[in-house]
Design a protein around this ligand. Structure first.
Ligand code: FAD
Ligand code: SIN
Length: 507
């Protein structure tokens, strides 16, 4: 058994920024980060557009950012939370910069602010088109400098340990040795990110399998708003399943047009903001256009844009397009919507506390109330930064009052068990992804959802038995978790009657 004061599950922006602060504040306390892949692998690393923050109050204002967030959330945001997150943005940006993160500036030394869908102003602070990589690099560097933080990569959290509605720690699989380790902790933070691989076609890397939400659900935490799945309008089109390369919304903010194969600039038919309508509207419009035409993709036209300025802001996107033979000066970029973000998740209060004592959740796996029915572009990194700070502040006080650790009474039972084959897991996973795309995609139908639910319930029962009777592997647990999440999405989508934001049901 390993004992630690703070157990952090996940090493993206949410987990790492909390770790840095708490480790600094309490140099005599142990901070342990477990993460299931390489330490830098996370949705965070792939963030492109940037962080939405009001940095210049001459044109912009907190109120405008608040209003944009509320409009985008389609009436379902928690207004208090929106105000808190928006107004704390500048302080959190200063911290990132103090840790060493670099953001693009204009010749006059101001932040070079990008624009994205749903924003009434340019307010997206960025590092070229690789903002996430810059943030992840910076905070991981900071973490590695702290003597009281231990980072255990390739450690997969299986389940939380709870007794009497208190979280006592977690069972974690060392993926290198296959040993299951019991972690006993004063406080546990779930920072496990999104769910993209449930859909197969996603902008998320393969770590995004909803593990933290599934774990929290099994431990009886409250899970809400799972029907609000955000599909990004412009993932680079290819026919394979798996992670898709993103063409940042900031490219449309830079002036790119969306066109059908015949050249029709269709977005103006759907919304007066055209290509810069919020993401839910753009994705739903593309979906309709593709259903009408039977085409496989639509196109992003950048041919009229200033190439030099484009390459300066979007060097990675430019190179990626070039590498597949798309010359953006004369070719349109083929794009399709793909799963991108989950607006719902583990319900937390304004201190990031879940319904279980000593258990906190932060970042994409949490549901704070900021996003409502649809997240405003570049508000996710912001939310994680603000809430990791909230949890830190709350735990500064609570840590000082914390008593002895409760003993862990439950234990993982170790018995020799057969191993389930990779082929079986891969087969069910492919079927699950197809089921989610077909039955719980951009536009849903109760009939499809109900069929999906039936299948998911059947798989869930099967997988429960399989996980109990076979050797545990992260691959098997990820599948079990994804089926659990699929079930939550299907059930909560069936319950919702009114179409809102990223949720659209036709019956
Ligand atoms: P993540 O960064 O995903 O980190 C989750 C961590 O948990 C990972 O380290 C993972 O390995 C670990 N983990 C998961 N399960 C387990 C387990 N069972 N055991 C142990 N470890 C586990 N948002 C913006 O605001 N602006 C943007 O410009 C932007 N661009 C984006 C572009 C792309 C391509 C993508 C995919 C997302 C983008 N987003 C953007 C969304 C944003 O990046 C994410 O929502 C945010 O980074 C999530 O941070 P996180 O710390 O919550 O999770
Ligand atoms: C993008 O760059 O388009 C992604 C921004 C986001 O997800 O907030």
């Amino acid at each position: 058994m390993i004992t630690t004061n703070y157990l952090i599950i996940g090493s993206g922006v949410a987990g790492l920024t909390f770790a840095i602060k708490i480790a600094d504040r309490f140099p005599d306390k142990k901070v342990t980060i477990v993460t299931k892949s390489n330490a830098d692998e996370s949705n965070t690393k792939y963030a492109q557009g940037g962080i939405a923050i009001v940095t210049d109050e001459t044109e912009d204002s907190y109120q405008k950012h608040i209003d944009d967030t509320l409009i985008c959330g389609d009436g379902l945001c928690d207004v208090e939370v929106v105000k808190i997150v928006v107004t704390e943005g500048p302080k959190r940006l200063k911290e990132l910069i103090a840790w060493g993160a670099k953001f693009d500036k204009t010749a006059k030394g101001f932040f070079d602010l990008g624009k994205e869908g749903g924003h009434s102003q340019n307010r997206v602070v960025h590092h070229k088109d690789q903002t996430g990589q810059e943030i992840e690099r910076t905070i991981l560097d900071q973490v590695h400098q702290k003597e009281n933080i231990t980072v255990l990569d390739h450690h997969f959290a299986l389940d939380l340990i709870t007794e009497d509605n208190q979280c006592l720690g977690a069972f974690v699989l060392n993926q290198r040795t296959n040993e299951i380790i019991t972690f006993q902790s004063h406080f546990t933070l779930l920072a496990t990110g999104g769910i993209g691989h449930l859909y197969g076609h996603t902008t998320n890397p393969i770590i995004a399998t909803g593990d933290g939400i599934a774990m929290a659900f099994r431990a009886n935490a409250t899970i809400k708003d799972m029907e609000f799945i955000q599909f990004h309008p412009t993932a680079l089109y290819d026919t394979s399943t798996g992670s898709k390369f993103l063409i940042s919304e900031a490219v449309r903010g830079f002036g790119a047009y969306l066109r059908t194969k015949n050249g029709n600039r269709f977005m103006l038919d759907y919304d007066k903001r055209g290509e810069l309508a919020s993401r839910d509207i753009v994705s739903q419009s593309i979906d309709l256009e593709l259903k009408k035409s039977g085409d496989e993709c639509v196109y992003l036209d950048c041919t009229h844009l200033d190439l030099k300025a484009f390459i300066k802001h979007f060097p990675m996107i430019y190179e990626r397009c070039k590498s597949i033979g798309v010359d953006i000066t004369k070719d349109w970029i083929p794009v399709v919507p793909a799963q991108h973000y989950l607006c719902g998740g583990i319900v937390v209060d304004k201190n990031g506390k879940t319904a279980i004592d000593n258990l906190f959740a932060c970042g994409e796996c949490s549901r704070t109330g900021l996003h409502g029915a649809n997240r405003l572009a570049s508000n996710s990194l912001l939310e994680a930064l603000v809430y990791s700070d909230k949890i830190y502040n709350y735990l500064v006080d609570t840590t000082l009052k914390k008593k002895e650790l409760n003993p862990i009474l439950s234990n993982w039972i170790f018995v020799e068990k057969p191993k389930i084959t990779h082929d079986y897991i891969a087969k069910i996973k492919a079927l699950l992804q197809l089921l989610m795309r077909q039955n719980a995609g951009i536009i849903r139908y109760d009939n499809d959802l109900s069929k999906a639910k039936e299948k998911l319930m059947q798989w869930q029962d099967e997988l429960k038995t399989i996980t109990e009777n076979n050797e545990i592997s992260s691959e098997l647990y990820e599948l079990y978790n994804m089926i659990t999440i699929g079930n939550l999405i299907a059930q909560q989508s069936m319950i919702r009657i009114e179409n809102k934001g990223s949720f659209k049901k036709n019956n």
